[in-house]
Structure formats: structure tokens, C-alpha cells
Ligand binder design. Structure first.
Ligand code: GMT
Length: 381
């Protein structure tokens, strides 16, 4: 199949999922065309089945806000026409779903009928999409997608709750490449960070408000009082500066390290003992899945799709949003007993295996086949 993938190229979860899916599809023999305004971060290799098409964003002085949607639509029309794509898969509804709809209409005028699949990732529904400034467009674009997927049952329910949706939404969860995300021996790294055998606690995110990174630090203070530990914070984003500044005034400031954006997250996860995900809402929690694949148990909030991944008392624990005392209590329970910690680590890996990329990619392939077949019946092409 010839598949076009539209995504955000940044470190965000939707871009990572889109890129890893495209790579897996290419390995399975499909021709994959990525279309974005920047080369996706994980698209750092050459494959004869992968092409990248960059959208040039105009800086014409009249535009205070560059019309990215128009540029992306034109690029889609051009790539779909020239490369004769069979299907388009857009990740994150805003603005990709409405752009795909527009491109589809332009191409229909030219006698080219391409179907598109929209994957909802989370904040496009739970935060931004619900905003009245976006709602009518997002609703329309979802309803006019040829197929819609959500990354968890919770996100599927949220979409029906917040938008007037008249079509089915399939759940296809996030997935993990277990070859890349596996525990590797990085003891020298662990020794450098935790020279006295301290436990290593880790958090990774884009430091947006929704992640409540301040809670991560609060949970850490409580853990560190009982069990000597170090906290590693991976990633960057709008809240980092404030959180980092607050940490500088803390007694255990020297136990907290801000690592910024990291390519080889799996190497850090490999030496970690516990992952903290304190989000207000998390449609799936890809970062937690990456940790679990590296045998790191998870202390998370119980909102959104987190309970569909993190099994309370088995792979970690779930607490109410903001209940840092409960999170710390659960973290200490896992960390204070070495045998218990090892059991939680093993459980985390077993759970992660259920989201193996080799199990999930065929679900997308199957969806594409159904959508393309239905499109053929509709247009006789
Ligand atoms: O805020 C983020 O984590 C980024 C965001 C995105 O769309 O780039 O992530 C969302 O999509 C991920 C991939 O499907 C999910 O694993 C994350 O849970 C989800 N984030 C939120 O719902 C906050």
C-alpha cells in the first residue's frame, strides 16, 4: 500500500506514534510518505520505503500568522496526486483532520478519490479540541473522516461525550518497539548518577501544565525523605523553567537533575527504578509504556487512559490527581522491599509486551484495507 502520514514532527506522543507506525509499516513492505513542517524526530534513518515531504511555511510579510493549513493542504494534494497514494493517515485532529478533508475535496474535483483515517491522540479532544474556537471544525472533520481511531477506550468515550459524533471510533492503543525499549546494562551510568546506591526515579514529558510536573517533585521530596533517591526529569516545555526554579530552593536540590530533551530515553529508563506520571489527564501515557518496557514500574494518576495501561497493585499504582501523599506512599511501598521491586519490574515488562508494535501494526493495516476497499466500492476505483 502507498500510505501518507501527517503528524507533528516534535517530541510529543502523537508524532512519536505516527513516526514509529510509519517505520513499522515500511518494514512490512508498504511505501510510506511522511508529510510535516519538519523532519519527525524519530525519522533519523534511510529506508527505500520511506519518503519525507516538507511543508514550506510562507513568511510573506502580510501574514501575521502564516497559513500553515493552506500550505499543508496544497502539499497533500501534490504528494497524493504525484505518488498515487492509496490512503492518508492523519495524527492529531487539529488541524490535520480538517486539512485532510479539504485535500480530499480538491482531489475529488480532479477525479482522485482518496480516503483518510484520523487518529485522535488526547489533547486534541480533551483540552484543545473542546475549546469553542475549534469545536465545530473538529466535530465536522471527525464525522467526515473515512475512519477514526482513538488511542484508548477512555479517549473514545471522551470524544463521544464532548462532540456530536455520528460515526464509529475504533480503539487502537499506543504500542512499543520492544527491541529498542528494553533494559540494557548501563551500570556505569547508574553509578555516576547514584553513586551511593540511591534509587532512581524518573519522569519524562513535554512539561506542559497538563503534566503537573510540580507534583512529580512533591512526590519525590516525600520519597527521598524515607528512601535515598535521585530524580531525573527528561524533556522540556513551558513549565520547566518554573519547576526548575522552585527546585533550586529545595533542601534536596542536589538530588534532582533536569536532563532536557533526550534521544536515547531507553538508556535512562534502563537504570531507573520508578516512573512518575502525575498528569491531570493522559489519554494513554506512551511515556509510561516506554518505561514499563524497560522494566520500570509506574506511579500514575487514575484519569483518562492510564488505568488501561497501568494495573493498580501489579505494574505500579494509580492515585487521584494531585494526591501526592498517596503517590509517595505507593512509591515507597514498591521501593522499600527489593523482592517486591523486582516483582513490580517484571510485571511492568509483561504488561508492556501486550502493546508490542508487532501486535498493533496489523490492526492499522487491517483498518487501511477495510477503508480502501470501501472507498473502491464507493467510487469504483
Ligand atoms: O502531551 C503529550 O503527551 C503529547 C500528546 C500528543 O498528542 O503529542 O500526547 C498524547 O498522545 C500520546 C500518543 O497517543 C498519548 O500517549 C498521550 O497520553 C497523550 N497526552 C495526553 O493525553 C496529555
Amino acid at each position: 500500500m502507498k500510505i501518507g502520514i501527517v503528524c507533528y514532527p516534535t517530541f510529543g506522543g502523537s508524532g512519536v506514534v505516527a513516526t514509529e507506525l510509519g517505520k513499522a509499516l515500511a518494514e512490512r513492505g508498504h511505501q510510506v510518505h511522511f508529510i510535516s513542517y519538519h523532519q519527525p524526530v524519530r525519522l533519523d534513518f534511510f529506508s527505500e520505503n520511506v519518503s519525507y515531504h516538507e511543508v514550506a511555511v510562507s513568511n510573506y510579510p502580510l501574514f501575521e500568522y502564516s497559513p500553515y493549513e493552506t500550505a499543508l493542504t496544497s502539499k497533500l494534494v501534490d504528494v497524493i496526486k504525484f505518488e498515487q497514494l492509496d490512503i492518508l493517515h492523519v495524527h492529531y485532529a487539529i488541524p490535520h483532520a480538517s486539512v485532510a478533508y479539504m485535500a480530499k475535496q480538491i482531489l475529488a474535483d480532479l477525479g482522485i478519490h482518496i480516503p483518510f483515517v484520523t487518529t485522535l491522540h488526547g489533547t486534541d479532544i480533551t483540552l484543545v479540541g473542546r475549546d469553542s474556537g475549534f469545536l465545530p471544525v473538529v466535530t465536522f472533520a471527525i464525522n467526515h473522516s473515512d475512519a477514526v481511531t482513538a488511542v484508548s477506550e477512555s479517549l473514545r468515550q471522551d470524544t463521544f461525550a464532548h462532540f456530536k459524533i455520528n460515526k464509529e471510533i475504533e480503539v487502537i492503543p499506543n504500542f512499543i518497539d520492544l527491541e529498542r525499549f528494553s533494559k540494557s546494562r548501563k551500570e556505569h551510568f547508574r553509578k555516576a548518577i547514584a553513586p551511593n546506591g540511591e534509587k532512581l526515579i524518573v519522569h519524562a514529558s513535554n512539561f506542559r501544565k497538563v503534566k503537573r510536573v510540580g507534583d512529580v517533585v512533591k512526590v519525590f521530596h516525600r520519597i527521598n525523605k524515607k528512601i535515598p533517591s535521585k530524580l531525573l526529569l527528561i524533556g522540556d516545555g513551558p513549565e520547566r523553567h518554573a519547576v526548575e526554579r522552585d527546585c533550586r530552593d529545595c533542601d534536596d536540590c542536589m538530588d534532582i537533575r533536569f536532563l532536557g530533551k533526550q534521544e536515547a530515553v531507553e538508556e535512562i529508563l534502563s537504570v531507573s527504578d520508578l516512573f512518575l506520571l502525575t498528569s491531570e489527564t493522559e489519554s494513554f501515557g506512551l511515556a509510561a509504556l516506554e518505561a514499563m518496557a524497560c522494566q520500570v514500574p509506574v506511579i500514575s494518576t487514575n484519569t483518562g487512559g492510564s488505568p488501561e495501561l497501568n494495573i493498580h497493585g501489579v505494574t505500579g499504582f494509580l492515585s487521584n490527581v494531585g494526591d501526592v501523599d498517596d503517590m509517595a506512599k505507593n512509591a515507597i511501598y514498591i521501593l522499600e522491599d527489593e523482592t517486591r521491586l523486582l516483582q513490580f519490574k517484571a510485571n511492568a515488562l509483561e504488561r508492556a509486551k501486550e502493546f508490542d508494535i508487532n501486535k498493533i501494526t496489523p490492526l492499522y493495516e487491517n483498518l487501511y484495507e477495510r477503508v480502501v476497499a470501501a472507498n473502491k466500492i464507493l467510487f469504483g476505483v
